[in-house]
Design a protein around this ligand. Structure first.
Ligand code: HEM
Length: 141
């Protein structure tokens, strides 16, 4: 459970991310595919070259969904319910990959918002992304 301070740190930085979801989300995916090559297998139908339109478009969707999760931080189960179904029933993404993506998102935030991304802010984001991942992997069986 995130404290009120932690929620404020997450929501505050989301405000700065929202205008650049494609660029920042695309970079997070570029980092994911570069560092953790096995994750590329889920996206064989995409052009995975760094900075490609496919990668940016998908990165934008991922970060927008994270922004929505932050807006509904106390009711993420409901807010992410459809995405949870998609990842569990249709995509069947190995749950371990969520930690890898969370790591890459945090790397992007550190690189682009060094002043905001204090150790406290990172700890809040780590907790938040773990909570989002827990919802998206909750329906696996
Ligand atoms: C699709 C969000 C983690 C693989 C999506 C979509 C969103 C999303 C918003 C688009 C859904 C739609 O079009 O209706 C997220 C979030 C994640 C996450 C917020 C964690 C924070 C992952 C991970 C993988 C993955 C770790 C695999 C490494 C996919 C794939 C698609 C998808 C393959 C379908 C892409 C397509 O064909 O368009 N995800 N995702 N996701 N996600 Fe995730």
């Amino acid at each position: 459970v995130l404290s009120a301070e932690e929620k404020a740190l997450v929501v505050g930085l989301c405000g700065k991310i929202s205008g650049q979801c494609d660029a920042l989300g695309g970079e997070a995916l570029d980092r994911l595919f570069a560092s953790f090559g096995q994750t590329r297998t889920y996206f064989s139908h995409f052009d995975l070259s760094p900075g490609s339109a496919d990668v940016k478009r998908h990165g934008g969707k991922v970060l927008s969904a994270i922004g929505e999760a932050a807006k509904h931080i106390d009711s993420m189960d409901q807010a992410l319910s459809k995405l949870s179904d998609l990842h569990a029933y249709n995509l069947r993404v190995d749950p371990g990959n969520f930690q890898l993506l969370s790591h890459c998102i945090q790397t992007v935030l550190a690189a682009h918002f060094p002043a905001d991304f204090t150790p406290q802010c990172q700890a809040a984001w780590d907790k938040f992304l773990a909570a989002v991942s827990a919802v998206l992997t909750s329906k696996y069986r």
